[in-house]
Design a protein around this ligand. Structure first.
Ligand code: SAH
Ligand code: SF4
Length: 410
C-alpha cells in the first residue's frame, strides 16, 4: 500500500453540511414504506368502509411484504375494483436498481436511483450492499443520501449531496434486494456467488450504509418496524442492527421506539482523538456516549451493544489503546468489532498492519470479547464499510483502479 499516513493532531473543525431538503415526489406515491395506520388512511381515501379497513390492510400487507408482489394485478384475494382503485392512486415502486456489482467474495453492491431534483435533472442515488456467507445474508442499508457528519476516515462523509431517505426508500432497499435475489416465496435464487443455505437470502439487516440513521429518526424507525413486522418481511429485531456515530439524545428513543440491536462507531477512547476522527464527539463526548449506552433500553448480556473500532495505523491502534478500550467498556454488556480500515482515494489514513491488529485483538480477546476482528468484504467493488459514495460524485475509472490496487496489496 502506498498511501501516506498523516496523523495530524490539529483540531478538525466540526462541520455539518446543509441537508438538501428539496425532495420531489413522484406523481403517484408508492405504498411501500407506509405504516399500517397510513395504509388504513389510504383505504379511507378510496372510500373503503371503516369497518373493513383493518382487514384490507392485513390483506395488502401480506401481498406487499410477505409475497413481495410488484403488480396490483397479482393481488388475487383483493377485489378487481379495489385493485383498480389502488392502481389509480398508488404504485408499488421500490428504488430503481441502476447498477449491480458482484465482488470476488460474493458481496453484491447495488446502486439505487431515487426521485431527484427537477431543476438539475439529476436523480438521487444510494448504495446498498449484500454480504452473504454460508449461514446468513446481511443487507447493509442506507439512511441518507450522503452524510452531514464528516468522520475523517469515511468516504461517505466527503459527499456533497445530502438528503434524508423516506421510510419507503429505506424499506424499498430491502424490497429491491429481495427482488434481485429472488428472495420472495417461490422466487429463484441467483446461481452465481454465495447464498446462505437456509430458506432466506437476507437474514440480517445493518443500518450501516450511507448516512447517520439517528439524524433521520422517524423514517428509520418506521422502516425498521415494517421490516421487523412478523406478518411481512419478518426479520427479527435481534437481527437488525442500527449503527450510530453517537447521536446521544436519540439513543434512548432508538431503544424504546425501535428496540433493535445497537452499534456505536467508537473508534477512539480519548476525546482529543475522537474529536478528530468523529467530529460529532465535540457535541457529545465519550463520557456522555457511554452514559447513554449504559441506559440503552433492553440492554442485557443477551442483547449487547456492539462497539465498532476502525483500525488506523499509528493513530488508534496501540496496545495502550486496546487496554483503554477494555477499561472504557467495563460494566457495559458489549461486543467489540475491530474493522480493518478500508482505504479510499484521497484518504489520509492507512490500515493498521495485520500483526498490530492481531496484538490489539489479543488484548480484547483476553478481556473476554469473542472474535473481535471483522474481515473486510467487498473491497474490490468499493462495498466495504465507509467506502460507499454516490450521486454526482461517482469515482472516475482511474480512482476505481487505484482503489482496487490498494485493496489488493493489503
Ligand atoms: N453513520 C453511521 C452508520 C454508517 S457507517 C455510523 O457512523 O455508525 C458504518 C460503519 O463503517 C461505522 O462504524 C463507520 O465508522 C465505519 N466506517 C466508515 N468509514 C470506514 C472506513 N473507511 N473503513 C472502515 N470502516 C469505516
Ligand atoms: Fe457519516 Fe457514519 Fe461516515 Fe461518519 S462514519 S461520515 S457518521 S456515514
Amino acid at each position: 500500500m502506498t498511501t501516506l499516513v498523516e496523523t495530524s493532531s490539529a483540531a478538525t473543525a466540526f462541520l455539518e453540511k446543509a441537508p438538501l431538503e428539496r425532495y420531489v415526489a413522484p406523481e403517484k406515491p408508492s405504498l411501500i414504506g407506509m405504516t399500517r395506520a397510513e395504509l388504513a388512511d389510504a383505504f379511507g381515501h378510496l372510500d373503503v368502509a371503516p369497518g373493513q379497513r383493518k382487514m384490507r390492510v392485513q390483506q395488502l400487507w401480506h401481498w406487499l411484504y410477505f409475497r413481495g408482489v410488484t403488480s396490483f394485478a397479482d393481488m388475487t384475494s383483493v377485489s378487481k375494483e379495489l385493485r383498480a382503485a389502488l392502481a389509480e392512486h398508488y404504485t408499488l415502486d421500490r428504488p430503481e436498481v441502476v447498477a449491480e456489482q458482484v465482488s470476488v467474495d460474493g458481496t453484491r453492491k447495488w446502486l439505487l436511483r431515487l426521485p431527484g431534483d427537477p431543476d438539475s435533472g439529476l436523480p438521487h442515488e444510494v448504495e446498498c450492499v449484500y454480504i452473504p456467507d454460508s449461514e446468513r445474508g446481511t443487507l447493509c442499508v442506507s439512511s441518507q443520501v450522503g452524510c452531514t457528519l464528516n468522520c475523517s476516515f469515511c468516504h461517505t462523509g466527503t459527499q456533497r449531496l445530502v438528503r434524508n431517505l423516506t421510510a419507503g426508500e429505506i424499506v424499498g432497499q430491502v424490497m429491491a434486494a429481495r427482488d434481485r435475489l429472488g428472495d420472495w416465496p417461490g422466487g429463484t435464487r441467483p446461481t452465481d456467488g454465495v447464498v446462505p443455505s437456509g430458506e432466506r437470502c437476507i437474514t440480517n439487516i445493518v443500518m450501516m450504509g450511507m448516512g447517520e440513521p439517528l439524524y433521520n429518526f422517524e423514517a428509520v424507525r418506521d422502516a425498521l418496524l415494517i421490516i421487523a413486522d412478523g406478518d411481512g418481511i419478518a426479520i427479527s429485531k435481534r437481527r437488525i442492527t442500527l449503527s450510530t456515530s453517537g447521536v446521544v439524545p436519540m439513543i434512548e428513543r432508538a431503544g424504546a421506539e425501535i428496540g433493535c440491536m445497537l452499534a456505536i462507531s467508537l473508534h477512539a477512547v480519548r476525546d482529543d482523538l475522537r474529536n478528530e476522527l468523529v467530529p460529532l464527539n465535540r457535541k457529545y463526548p465519550i463520557a456522555q456516549l457511554m452514559e447513554a449506552c449504559r441506559h440503552y433500553p433492553g440492554l442485557s448480556n443477551a442483547k449487547r451493544i456492539t462497539f465498532e473500532y476502525v483500525m488506523l495505523k499509528g493513530v488508534n491502534d496501540s496496545i495502550e489503546d486496546a487496554k483503554a478500550l477494555v477499561r472504557l467498556l467495563k460494566g457495559i454488556p458489549a461486543k467489540i468489532n475491530l474493522i480493518p480500515f478500508n482505504p479510499w482515494p484521497g484518504s489520509k489514513y492507512e490500515c493498521s498492519d495485520w500483526e498490530q491488529i492481531e496484538k490489539f485483538s489479543q488484548v480484547v480477546f483476553d478481556a473476554g470479547y469473542a472474535s473481535p476482528v471483522r474481515t473486510p468484504r467487498g473491497r474490490d467493488i468499493l462495498a466495504a464499510c465507509g467506502q460507499l459514495k454516490s450521486a454526482s460524485e461517482k469515482l472516475t475509472a482511474r480512482e476505481r483502479l487505484a482503489l482496487r490496487a490498494m485493496a489488493m496489496t493489503d
